[in-house]
Design a protein around this ligand. Sequence first.
Ligand code: MN
Ligand code: MN
Length: 259
Amino acid sequence: MPFDNTSSFRRGSRLAPSAIRYAYRNLESYDTWYKTNYPDLKIADLGDLTEEEDATLVVDTVESLISQLKADGKVPIMLGGEHSITTGAVRNFKECSMVIIDAHSDFRRSYFGNLHNHACVTYRSLEILGPGRIFSVGTRSTSKEEYEDLDYSKVRFYTSREVDSLGMEKIAEEIDKKARGNIYFSIDMDGIDPADAPGVGTPEPYGITPRQLRVLIGRLAKRIIGLDIVEMTPLYDNGNTAMLAAKIIQDFLGNRETR
Ligand code: MN
Ligand code: MN
């Protein structure tokens, strides 16, 4: 979903799907850990959705497409585009829990008069899923307004410092225990440290590592029934962010195939 109209700082995430596809095609085909031969998997690339200007229209379009995929028993992997598109997917997973990787709380009720600004996606998701069902990991950037929102405690924000002190194994175990139902997994690439993922719209230091993310995905993979990777922008990338995004997809697929 190549959409980046509400991005506040560095745009270019509309170009990410192409960059991630290009990187994916350059990954090797066999994984000795999962014993998975990736070309054997039944995956299909549906191509890009048409670029639109209006965030509300984009969210509705995503909702309708994912609804069809879900009804067909598919596991959607959506490449953004910016984080606002996630809301369209989440509307199809009302009975699920949600795990978000993000540097930001994205907990504004609206931003610049727009309910579907990318800074609002966690709040929009809370409206859909309700309290106790959303786990956001890697948080290290918020505003006083968001932090003091009476609903803030209805989402479990694992800060970047907590990831350091508790360890990702512990957090993954806790989420696995507390999450109800299946899991929708949304990866805002800025949740990862800018050293590992420099090509993002709003970089924030002190992020989680790709290995920590792999631990979390590994623990939850079998319960994940939808995934998105958003906020990557090739305009600021040295190539590593696109490659990491591609590898995350492959790793998710490998995890689902085994165990
Ligand atoms: Mn975000
Ligand atoms: Mn973010």
